[in-house]
Design a protein around this ligand. Structure first.
Ligand code: MTE
Ligand code: HPA
Ligand code: MOS
Length: 775
């Protein structure tokens, strides 16, 4: 018999992703799987082949005359404003007189089949007058060609302290970008409805922005556009701003033809046309003592933003926010330059600039260790923030919840770091053709959107009179398990089994003015909003039960699928029916906004984050000295997700993020030629990690002591992005292995991604530097 004291624990426990069986069987419905409406038209985009040029002639007459073609679209066909930018006002849907990157949309062809559209777009005649193009950070820096003003964070006095330091090192290196390589490419389908309304299915992390930008492109009010997404086949930040462009083209086609229209980019078009992770150039000048303690650091970050602003300010800000990582920098200057180039506009990607900033400081640490010839882990520990909040970040926020010292101590012992490092040093003395490396690197990642107004969320919960529950909220599902987690929250609050909750597609018609599902904050924000909605409904149900069954409100208890009130005991369904008959409102809109945030961007000081997420990883690698090829032999990950809402899902996030981070730093190389053309635009040349690249031994754990000091949803912590940066340990381990090929030589500059080719070149360069001058 269930008692009023038997509570169901639906949160803080593992349950599988709600769509897992459907993902595996192929039954999960993605945007391209939605049953196609009658008269559906298919769209393809005609793109610029020049990085920077005047458009002299765009002759689409042959395109329009091709079989199956119903319409062609150019800037002149945009009924409203020809712009889909999130902030800058600088992202034309179709180029007007000028193109500014290879891949920029010039026109679209709308046809009765995909094949007809693909064949027709080749018939366009486009003539250009090329203009001088700036495609790299180096060129943009030389020309002082910026997309936004530079920013600086300062603490202490670098100029005074740096010259007095007993040890000093300067260096520079490059950090490559990354393609999102979501399995489902960009796609939207627009259906014209009555009165000019438009329903848009979009694979987007940000339905509200798609709604607003489609409305702007059509010259209509926001309330005439509805955007819906049930799930994405991955987003990783690549579907935060870009989907508005895809959806706007589909909506313009639907408006012009009066027929439903779908635009799905194939992989090559997707890779050429859409933005990626920002690549960076980093310069540093560091002063430190004989123990590796950093006394002063000047760090200069320069990024390639591409042709428009997009989210580059927030992304470069976040790079600055993470350039301290876990280290207290008493005297520091972090300078950030945001360069404009005639390449695709770079955009959000898991970590949102944080990985680039964190990688930079970790390279500085490895350099200090190499100069002092000590274990880099010692240098890391010597620079950790103190516990308890006495010390400030370079942006003036106290680090109150610092736990990396504890995580590192646990991991160091569980991974047998010290013993293995000794064994590896011995291995390297005994072997000339294979060298091994090991590294332990920590992560501290700030949780909250740095734009304060983004930190809000809404939810909509209905209880039907049969006791079944409908859940909707502003977050989107991209594989990360958000829908399962929020459903867990609702089930737990109502004390009903998880399968009582119907998870429904995100739509702008149910919850308005939502933020992107991004910044890892999906469950923090939407979980709280859903909890608020449930508590409103429960409060009304409790008032009813106290009245009806003549008991105190505090004696109305929801437990284990039942409701207890005075003499009443019934299932949740029986109780819901009674509440309905008594005319209790069983629907509520919930809302949440994150407290405590206060950052002054002009001053570069304040509290941009509600809290930090922490973790650490140890990676061990082996490098073939003759070829530069390598493998990750073992990785041990220990990550803090607070009190996990769902450990199974969180473990999946930690594993996936690490592997994706490893791809970024090792094999994924975006190669642009001198004309700004991306040459690696398919899996044949762009190498994401394959299943065989997974470390042979892969120990992944959630930190058992984890608990959020702040009042987040069930004391959990955000997990989506932070573990991405655990992969920095792979790069550091590779550096150690490479250094050990010639322990007496100095390792030169190491850029990311550290492809096997780069590893081999670094090894060969050490040999050249070491050999005595000839002749
Ligand atoms: N996991 C999967 N499977 N697919 C994704 O696209 N995106 C990542 C992360 N994990 C992503 C993912 C990124 S960039 C973010 S910001 C978060 O999930 C967003 O979801 P959350 O806020 O609900 O964690
Ligand atoms: N993180 C991720 N996405 C964002 C952010 C952020 O801080 N700000 C705006 N979009
Ligand atoms: Mo994630 S880059 O914040 O979508």
């Amino acid at each position: 018999m269930t008692k009023a004291t038997d509570f169901l624990t639906v949160v803080n426990r593992s349950s599988r992703h709600d769509s897992a069986p459907k993902h595996v069987t192929g039954e999960a419905i993605y945007t391209d799987d939605i049953a196609e409406p009658r008269d559906l038209l298919h769209i393809q985009v005609g793109m610029s082949e020049q990085p920077h040029a005047e458009l002299d002639l765009v002759d689409l007459s042959r395109v329009l005359a091709a079989p199956g073609v119903i319409a062609v679209l150019t800037a002149a066909d945009v009924p409203g404003v020809n712009d889909v930018s999130p902030v800058g006002g600088d992202d034309p849907i179709f180029a007007e007189r000028k193109v500014e990157y290879v891949g920029q949309a010039i026109f679209a062809v709308v046809a009765t089949s995909r094949e007809a559209a693909i064949a027709a777009r080749r018939l366009a005649i486009i003539e250009y007058t090329p203009l001088p193009a700036i495609t790299t950070i180096e060129e943009a820096r030389a020309a002082d060609f910026k997309i936004a003003p530079s920013m600086t964070f300062c603490q202490g006095d670098v100029s005074a302290v740096l010259p007095t330091c007993s040890h000093r090192s300067q260096g520079c290196f490059a950090i490559g970008g990354q393609d999102h390589f979501y399995l489902e490419g960009q796609i939207a389908m627009a259906l014209p409805c009555e009165d000019g309304d438009m329903l848009v299915y979009s694979s987007t992390q940000h339905p509200t922005e798609v709604q607003h930008l489609v409305a702007k492109a059509l010259g209509q009010r926001d309330n005439s556009i509805t955007v819906e997404v049930r799930r994405m086949g991955g987003g990783f930040g690549g579907k935060e701003t870009t989907p508005a462009h895809i959806a706007a083209i589909a909506a313009i086609a639907a408006r012009k033809t009066g027929r439903p229209a779908k635009l799905r980019l194939d992989r090559d078009d997707d890779m050429v046309m859409t933005g990626k992770r920002h690549d960076f150039l980093v310069d540093y000048d560091v002063g430190f003592d004989g123990n590796g303690r950093i006394d002063a650091l000047r760090l200069e970050l320069a990024s390639r933003c591409g042709r428009s602003l997009d989210l580059s300010n927030a992304i470069n800000d976040r790079a600055m926010f993470h350039a301290d990582n876990c280290y207290f920098l008493e005297n520091v200057e972090i300078i950030s330059h945001r360069y404009k180039t005639h390449t695709v506009s770079n955009t959000a990607f898991r970590g949102f600039g944080g990985p680039q900033g964190m990688f930079a400081i970790e390279r500085v640490i490895d350099d200090i260790a190499a100069k002092l010839r000590i274990d880099p882990l010692e240098v890391r520990k010597r620079n950790f923030y103190a516990k308890g909040g006495g010390q400030c970040t370079p942006y003036g926020m106290q680090v109150e919840d610092f736990v990396v010292d504890e995580i590192v101590a646990e991991l160091e012992s569980s991974s047998e770091y010290t013993e293995r490092r000794e064994a590896i040093l011995q291995f390297n003395r005994d072997n000339t053709l294979m060298k091994r490396g090991i590294a332990l690197t920590p992560v501290k990642f700030g949780i909250s959107f740095t734009a304060k107004h983004y930190n809000q969320a809404g939810a909509l919960v209905h209880v039907y009179s049969d006791g079944s529950i409908h859940l909707n909220h502003g977050g989107t599902e991209m594989g990360q398990g958000l829908f399962t987690k929020v459903a867990q929250v609702v089930a737990h609050e109502f004390q009903v089994p998880l399968d009582t909750i119907k998870i429904t597609a995100t739509t702008t018609a149910k919850v308005p003015n939502t933020s992107a599902t991004a910044a890892s904050s999906g469950s923090d924000l939407n979980g709280m909003a859903a909890q608020d909605a449930v508590r409103q409904i429960k409060a009304r149900m409790i008032a009813f039960a106290a009245r009806e069954f003549d008991c105190l409100p505090e004696n109305v208890v929801f437990a284990h699928g039942k409701v207890f009130a005075g003499s009443f005991e019934g299932t949740f369904a029986q109780f819901a029916k009674l509440a309905y008959l008594d005319r209790v409102q069983m629907s509520a809109a919930g809302f949440y906004k994150t407290p405590k945030l206060d950052f002054d961007r002009n001053a570069g000081k304040g509290r941009p984050f509600y809290y930090f997420a922490y973790g650490a990883a140890v990676s061990e690698v082996a490098v073939d000295v003759l070829t530069g090829e390598y493998r990750v032999l073992r990785a041990d990950l220990l990550h803090d997700v607070g009190s996990s809402l769902n450990p199974a899902i969180d473990l999946g996030q930690v594993e996936g993020a690490f592997i994706q981070g490893m791809g970024w730093l090792t094999t994924e190389e975006l190669f642009f030629d001198n004309g700004g053309r991306l040459k690696t635009h398919a899996p044949s040349t762009y190498k994401i990690p394959a299943i065989g690249d997974r470390p042979a031994t892969f120990n992944v754990e959630l930190w058992s002591k984890g608990r959020n000091l702040e009042e987040t949803i069930f004391r959990s912590k955000a997990v989506g992005e932070p573990p991405f940066m655990l992969a920095i340990s792979v790069f550091s381990a590779l550096q150690m292995a490479i250094e050990q090929t010639l322990p007496t030589a100095r390792l030169g500059r190491l850029d990311a991604p550290l492809t096997p080719e780069r590893a081999l070149l670094a090894i060969e360069a050490m040999k050249i530097n070491e050999s005595p001058p000839s002749g």
